[in-house]
Design a protein around this ligand. Structure first.
Ligand code: GLA
Length: 644
């Protein structure tokens, strides 16, 4: 581990069967030795609570700890991440083992962080979970009449007279499906709190985290993270070793930003693959440079750690071919080990970056409840909803230009930003329309798209036309949205004064809104089909700010020209004072006086960059001073310190 320059170990994630081999019989000797050895070597431990995997004795004696599946069967013992969140006996057993761990190791000098469980996910349909859902509904709605109204149950005669009549999976009531997902999050959060409370009985000052999985649709992470001291996540990008690798880099950057934005604080990269992931369809080996690019990319976006799954390949089990720092061969003379050791040495040089922040002027809204609303949406274009891909496409236009962004939920604080991009904000949660309106009124710029302002939080359509309560803000009325078949397009033509530098003819696909300007300025019109002449892009001055409405899903060139034009018009801060070639990004962290500039080349080609004249910075990786002409190796990274 010293050779690999590794100084922290995540331990115990699935170790319940080793810690408590039979009910009430505990064996901590192996973990004591691990703690002591790690401490002696001046390293640290991230200690997991072991609920991610139940011991066989527990499932056998207390089958109610196992989940009930959608078909009503109780799941047999096996796999992982599959316990019932309601089961009192499971909660009791978890509390016991968590308390024992906290009591024994809570004050150990090697303990750095609590890692609560592992990758929480899933749901259970047992009687207790059902009753918990009904109780949750009753608390939320107060009366069954209010639920019937909010869910529009009279359609198809689905009116309920009691909460307990509600099924868990009646997707014909879209609001019920969305509420069920909210409940699953609430239930998971409740379980997480239960785990944390048990740890906190004996360990009050060691921070807690749990490892998240990017844009995992099953849980509203924006709610889950409120229970945590530190946000952490597991990142497994599928590098393709082709010309599109920079898009992979941009996509993963967006998730790093999401994790940083949850608390507007540094986060931790809890897991990444040393080498390959055996579960990818084609477990590609990382090309030279990619491992380091991936690691430093996390740091560039605000991670204060680079951690790996796994230290050493096991000989058996389903992950024996998952990348590891130490291969089955058993020595350090492998390309993966050399990569990890080099990253370790590099991180030691980056100590000044630790704890520094990223301060974006731009936020992109990615909202779980909105995602669930769009999942349930039946209308407009059911074949091509692509909410998350649409968010990624908008994000990419910032990444390409080295413009930092937070990725926030729709109910987050907007006061830090000058520009908010809100793709496909189908569902307006309570207060969001008012706060977006206020944001623009005070001088902010807002970008929204097709499929915006359609429903409220229980999926009831706004009356009075789309985009609902945002109609005055955008100065438009969206009469309808046309769905386009795959391959079908409509042209988009900017008005003759080339607003924002838009030029030529663009092409719309999949969604074309029919927009009536009601005070907004039309910046582009459709040029074909019966849409010809209708507005395709509008801007509305509102108070001291502007609200843009992009009425159709357009080609990449449109998005690039539009967001590029907007960035120039607003003078948005760019991390690098110069042009960035395709596939290269720049990201910066700052401690208020010094700035740490990361230049990342996510392409297979070497790249040259020219900064404005007079540019000087210290290369943190080799302590040289660099000027305005810079070179990046294929998949290469530079970390520069400015303003020292
Ligand atoms: C997840 C889990 C790990 C391991 C890795 C494999 O992130 O937390 O236990 O299974 O995936 O990539």
């Amino acid at each position: 581990m010293k050779l690999a320059h590794v100084n922290a170990m995540s331990v115990g994630i699935f170790s319940w069967a080793a810690l408590e081999p039979s009910e009430g019989r505990f064996e901590f000797g192996w973990l004591d030795r691990t703690f002591d050895l790690v401490q002696k070597n001046e390293a640290y431990i991230v200690l997991a609570t072991p609920s991610g995997s139940k011991p066989a004795w527990l499932s056998n004696k207390y089958p109610e700890a196992c989940r009930v599946l959608k078909d009503g069967r109780r799941e047999p013992h096996g796999f992982r991440h599959n316990h019932c969140y309601s089961s009192p006996v499971f909660r009791e057993k978890v509390a016991i083992i968590n308390q024992k761990l906290a009591e024994r190791y809570g004050k150990h000098p090697a303990l750095l962080l609590w890692h609560i469980s592992n990758e929480y996910s899933g749901e259970c349909q047992c009687g207790l979970c059902r009753a918990a859902f009904h109780g949750w509904l009753e608390t939320r709605y107060g009366s069954i009449g209010a639920l019937n109204q909010a869910w529009w149950t009279a359609f198809w005669g689905h009116n309920f007279s009691e909460f307990r009549q509600v099924e868990l999976h009646d997707w014909s009531i879209s609001a019920a499906a969305i509420d069920y997902k909210r409940f699953v999050t609430a239930q998971t959060v409740d379980f997480l709190r239960h785990e944390i409370a048990a740890v906190r009985r004996h360990s009050t000052d060691v921070p807690v985290t749990t490892n998240l999985m990017g844009m995992f649709p099953g849980l509203d992470y924006a709610k889950l993270v409120r229970e945590l001291d530190v946000v952490s996540w597991d990142s497994y990008p599928a590098w393709k070793n082709d010309a599109d690798d920079w898009k992979v880099a941009s996509d993963v950057s967006m998730i790093h930003d999401l994790n940083r934005s949850f608390k507007r604080k540094p986060f931790l990269l809890m897991e990444s693959a040393p080498g390959t992931q055996q579960w990818h369809a084609v477990p590609k080996l990382k090309r030279p440079g990619v491992q380091k690019l991936e690691a430093l990319q996390a740091v560039a976006h605000g991670s204060d750690s680079v951690q790996y799954f796994q230290w050493r390949k096991g000989r058996g089990g389903c992950e024996k071919f998952h990348g590891a720092v130490v291969d089955h061969v058993g020595h350090e003379h492998t390309r993966v080990f050399r990569d990890i050791a080099e990253i370790g040495r590099t991180l030691e040089k980056l100590a000044p970056v630790l704890g520094t922040s990223v301060e974006p002027e731009v936020a992109l809204i990615f909202d779980w409840e909105n995602m669930w609303g769009i999942e349930q949406l039946s209308g407009f274009n059911n074949q091509a909803k692509h909410y998350d891909a649409t968010c990624r496409a908008h994000y990419r236009e910032l990444w390409k230009r080295g413009i930092a962004a937070d990725v926030i939920e729709s109910i987050a604080d907007f006061s830090h930003y000058r520009l908010i991009i809100a793709p496909m904000l189908y569902m307006l949660r309570p207060g969001v329309a008012e706060r977006l309106t206020e944001f623009v009124k005070r001088g902010g710029t807002l970008v929204a798209t097709y499929v915006t302002g359609v429903v409220n939080e229980t999926d009831l359509c706004f009356t009075g036309g789309m985009p609902g309560p945002l109609r005055p803000l955008f100065g438009i009325w969206v009469e309808d949205i046309d769905g386009l078949y795959a391959g079908e397009t409509v042209t988009v033509l900017p008005t003759s004064d080339s607003p924002l530098g838009l030029k030529g003819s663009y092409s719309a696909r999949e969604f074309c809104s029919i927009v009536h300007a009601e005070g907004a300025t039309v910046l582009a019109n459709y040029g074909s089909d019966f849409h010809a002449g209708n507005p395709a892009l509008t801007r509305h001055q509102y108070g001291s700010g502007s609200a843009y409405f992009v009425a159709s899903r357009n080609d990449d060139r449109f998005l690039s020209d539009f967001q590029g034009g907007l960035a120039t018009e607003l003078g948005l801060r760019r991390a690098f004072p110069g042009e960035l070639p395709e596939g290269v990004t720049a990201q910066a962290r700052t401690d208020g006086s010094r700035e740490f500039l990361f230049l990342l080349n996510a392409t297979q080609k070497p790249q040259r960059l020219s900064a404005e004249s007079g540019f000087r910075a210290k290369n943190l990786l080799d302590s040289t001073v660099v000027g305005s002409e810079l070179e990046l190796e294929p998949y290469g990274v530079l970390v520069l310190e400015r303003g020292a």
